[in-house]
Design a binder for this molecule. Structure first.
Ligand SMILES: Cc1cc2nc3c(=O)[nH]c(=O)nc-3n(C[C@H](O)[C@H](O)[C@H](O)COP(=O)(O)OP(=O)(O)OC[C@H]3O[C@@H](n4cnc5c(N)ncnc54)[C@H](O)[C@@H]3O)c2cc1C
Length: 440
């Protein structure tokens, strides 16, 4: 049977980069993937363009990782966003920077990133087994020494990197298989939850779908708890859906909804500011009516917010669209201005963990060495990527975590294998030398 230094389980960004890390230590690597292709989630990320990393400074990147970002510092210093950029450009994938530091391939095709990485692994001799589900870890006296395959069979190596992702979007292969293996090896799993996830709301305008499909650019979304305390404000694009809100800012807020609900802070309320550029909407609107006393409310306010929102907000404030300034009580204008700045709705929750972009929670970081991604519980075992209790906002940060932790895990897994091999050789040579000595 072929012997390997490192077995990597899972062909997502963490697993692929674990192979690169191991290769750089001249390791013999086996990559095992249960799907019929590698990088299935990677190629749908970033809207199919693959948001390969973020160009920001490490401190700024850590700030965008609400789930235990500080754990990643040591890994980022070994293989960070700049190293990711250098690696891809070295492999011939030209990258470009877009808004908020997001890095994409110039081709705008995620397949460019995935295929280049896969070709690199094949060229460098990584053995790749597709359509091969791993059933569990092989453990001997508490040490990991290989993997068991579904349908029988096993593969052995002194180091195993588990990079099987979380349990979001299971059709990509991320079905949470690794948590049971981690437990089997003696690890604990922190509670799993949906993060980077659309938010469900309970409001008549959600039920009657009056705003469905309407998108807003660069608006602040604020989440408050039962006591009216602000939990967070997230600025960005959003879209109204048939269940609530989605889009980048809403997805980020989804993290705080999951955490707020888990902490018993319900009921939570979402407030949208339609006009962040206008500090005092009431004064602004009053001035518009004073300048146009003969025009109808609808005509005065046309363009102030998108038309579908305007009709709804006027109705909620009790203002008839055809009314003119002379017949408009100030209290109603005040109510309208309030709705513009704080368009609120009770939050009922989020979509499921399977529908989330990212899984929060995972392998307990207290049991992982941040320098090597090695298990502190079971020698020979390494974790990388979303299976760990680290999760970030979208914007290239999760993929950066996966690439960085993967590279670190792969390279230290290889170093361990090489050190063990060198130790075994020294013992063998020592024994051989001794025999020779005796023979003389
Ligand atoms: C639609 C979408 C868009 C996204 N966009 C972004 C974005 O723009 N920016 C960002 O930072 N993040 C984004 N993410 C998140 C990011 O893609 C993930 O965090 C990242 O892919 C996690 O990498 P991973 O290697 O840890 O796991 P995964 O990518 O989930 O890969 C795990 C691999 O392990 C394999 N596997 C599972 N079980 C087994 C088993 N038993 N045996 C063998 N193999 C197994 C799976 O088939 C899979 O190939 C997005 C996610 C989604 C769903």
């Amino acid at each position: 049977m072929t012997t390997y230094d490192v077995i990597v389980v899972g062909g997502g960004p963490a697993g692929l980069m674990a192979c690169v890390g191991a290769l750089r230590q001249n390791a013999r690597v086996l990559l095992v993937e249960k799907g019929d292709r590698l990088g299935r989630k990677l190629i749908i990320s970033g809207g199919g363009r693959c948001n390969v990393t973020n160009a920001g400074e490490i401190d700024d990147i850590v700030k965008m990782i609400p789930g235990n970002g500080r754990f990643m510092y040591t890994a980022f210093h070994q293989f960070g966003n700049k190293d990711i950029i250098r690696l891809f450009e070295g492999l011939g994938v030209a990258l470009k920077e877009e808004d908020h530091g997001r890095m994409f391939p110039v081709t705008d095709k995620a397949t460019t990133v995935a295929e280049t990485l896969i070709r690199h692994l094949r060229d460098r001799g990584v053995e790749i087994m597709l359509n091969t589900g791993v059933a569990g870890l092989l453990l001997e006296s508490g040490e990991v020494c290989g993997i068991r395959l579904h349908g029988g069979g096993e593969r052995r190596a002194p180091s195993v990197v588990v990079a099987v992702g979380g349990m979001s979007v299971p059709k990509t292969g991320s079905t949470g298989d690794g948590y049971a293996w981690a437990r089997q090896a003696g690890h604990t799993i922190t509670p799993l939850f949906a993060t980077e996830v659309p938010i469900t709301l309970d409001a008549p305008w959600v039920q009657d779908k009056s705003l469905q499909g309407l998108s807003l650019r660069e608006v602040p979304l604020t989440l408050t708890n039962a006591k009216g305390k602000k939990l967070t404000t997230q600025l960005g694009d959003m879209i109204f859906t048939h269940f609530g809100v989605s889009g980048p800012a809403a997805l980020r807020l989804g993290h705080y909804v999951s955490v707020g609900l888990a902490r018993g802070e319900a009921p939570l309320t979402l407030a949208i500011d339609f006009r962040p550029d206008v500090p005092d909407a009431f004064a602004d609107i009053l001035a518009m009516f004073e300048a146009n006393p003969k025009k109808t409310a609808f005509n005065v306010l046309k363009g102030y917010v998108p038309e579908r929102a305007l009709s709804l907000l006027l109705g909620l404030a009790g203002i008839l669209p055809e009314v003119t300034y002379a017949h408009l009580p100030k209290a109603k204008l005040q109510a309208f201005a309030q709705l513009i700045k704080k368009f609120g709705a009770p939050v009922t929750g989020t979509l499921s963990i399977e529908e989330a972009f990212v899984t929060g929670g995972g392998v307990n970081l207290k049991e992982i060495d941040p320098k090597t991604m090695a298990s502190k519980v079971a020698p020979g075992l390494y974790f990388a990527g979303e299976i760990l209790d680290v999760h970030a906002h979208t914007g290239g940060y999760n993929i950066t975590i996966a690439f960085s932790s993967g590279h670190v895990a792969g390279s230290w897994a290889a170093k361990r294998a090489k050190a063990l091999a060198a130790e075994a050789l020294a013992v063998e040579q020592g024994a051989g030398g001794h025999d020779q000595g005796e023979g003389q």
